[in-house]
Design a protein around this ligand. Sequence first.
Ligand SMILES: Nc1nc2c(ncn2[C@@H]2O[C@H](COP(=O)(O)OP(=O)(O)OP(=O)(O)O)[C@@H](O)[C@H]2O)c(=O)[nH]1
Length: 286
Amino acid sequence: MTIQWFPGHMAKARREVTEKLKLVDIIFELVDARIPQSSRNPMIDEIIQHKPRVVLLNKADMADKEVTAEWIRHFKKKGITALAINSQAGTGLKQIVAEAKVLLAEKFDRLRSKGVKPRAIRAMIVGIPNAGKSTLINRLAGKNLAKTGNMPGVTKAQQWIKVGKELELLDTPGILWPKFEDQEVGLKLALTGAIKDAILNLEDVAVYALRFLEENYPVRLEERYNLSPVPEDIVELFDKIGSARGARISGRETDYDKVAELVIRDIRGEKLGPLSFERPSVPAEG
Ligand SMILES: Nc1nc2c(ncn2[C@@H]2O[C@H](COP(=O)(O)OP(=O)(O)OP(=O)(O)O)[C@@H](O)[C@H]2O)c(=O)[nH]1
């Protein structure tokens, strides 16, 4: 499997994020709660330097709650504030401003003591494609979407969105790239829809997913496809799912492509319930 990693795109994205960094007090780093490590940009710490940040574990509704709680503890141990959110439904969003205020309390106190008039916190959302950046911006902006005119940026004017009285958000998020030269990271990104299906061999993704489910969520796998027990042999597993779901060619042979497709669709469509594909104790990065 070859997945392209475009150095040119990444360098440009990095440059843009670095430029906008100067305009904000804090970064909201959006990751996919199902794969909080694989959906991060591996150079994020280097890119944002010492800028305060809140890690937002988005799509928490699709992830395993217990595992998400483990991730939050894991980030906390590293001194990073992390929150579980659902941008689509809007849950957990109030906490974002509250945490930003905590992280910036000293800076704002310092400004106040220098006589600077109190102002809203300025923030930018960054994240990999499909992390939910637009959904979150729209949710935060809500009905009160009020663009606050132009503020001089470094190379061009930036638009700000007012979120209540206390927060101003850059209207364009920073796009960062995942590290998908690592095979397993690539498979997880594919499974969660972060990279286009056309780039990947869906059978590889389905094999990876089924092995993962066998190991971590065997009961859900059993129930979804009426398997008892779940066959250990992967071909047999494809065959069983194929016959349970009618994915056959001329009614006889298993249609492996179709099985792969339906398994991936089921996972993405939460037919196997909320799933987390990585835990903090098993780092995804090589
Ligand atoms: N279930 C669930 N789906 C979400 C959530 N947030 C975003 N989505 C969905 O995830 C998909 C991607 O969301 P976008 O907001 O387009 O992601 P983006 O990061 O702006 O994507 P790019 O424009 O590709 O960079 C959409 O189908 C959203 O509806 C969430 O918290 N829960």
